[in-house]
Design a binder for this molecule. Sequence first.
Ligand code: HEM
Length: 196
Amino acid sequence: MGAHKRSGIRHLTPALSTPGGGGGEWIWRSAADAVVALVALTIVAGGFVAGLHAGLTYNTFPLMDGHLVPAGYAQLRPFVLNWFENVAAVQFNHRLLAMTTIVAVLLLWTAARRRADLSDGVRRALHALLAVTALQMVLGIATLLLVVPVPLAAAHQAGALLLLTAAIALRHALHHPLRHAPLPDGQMDGANRAAL
Ligand code: HEM
């Protein structure tokens, strides 16, 4: 039993430190949860774009027929029908969710750069997530501008899977978000006690 004991301490910055020692980590986990949810929603929205062949129209970016929000976004009644059956609204929603996803990933990545105490695993997961998100955006925009050539559309579909995987990998890495160093007096923090 003793041989399996590991001891360590978390180097907490003031921003992470709250009474109880777990403070701040939940913010990172919640942010990663939000990114996973955003990617999943964007994928569902992409399915509607493909299903309605909505990528064959409005083949410009960022404007749609000269507008940021396309005219006719809300033409169907009841309003909620637009999200499933209106080509303009379905494509706009997919773009909006994709842009929100990349902004969220960028914010998380930038916040992580300011933190010296995050583990290498979290850092690697964030770099991978940013790279895959950027690639997926480029693939999506290229698919749209070139009016959905099948190889690009297939690559965009595969990219969605890769992106969801990268987001889940980040969430997984956040189980142990901080660097650990040995404690001189054999004390254990909560995470190490749980690992016994
Ligand atoms: C977070 C970023 C994105 C994700 C996760 C994503 C995901 C998806 C998915 C899963 C599909 C359905 C593929 C299929 O069923 O064949 C799709 C379709 C599509 N996406 Fe995206 N997408 C993203 C960004 C974008 C962006 C920025 C654009 C362009 C502005 C775009 C344009 C399209 C188009 C045109 C289609 C239809 C392709 C077809 O008809 O096969 N996507 N997307």
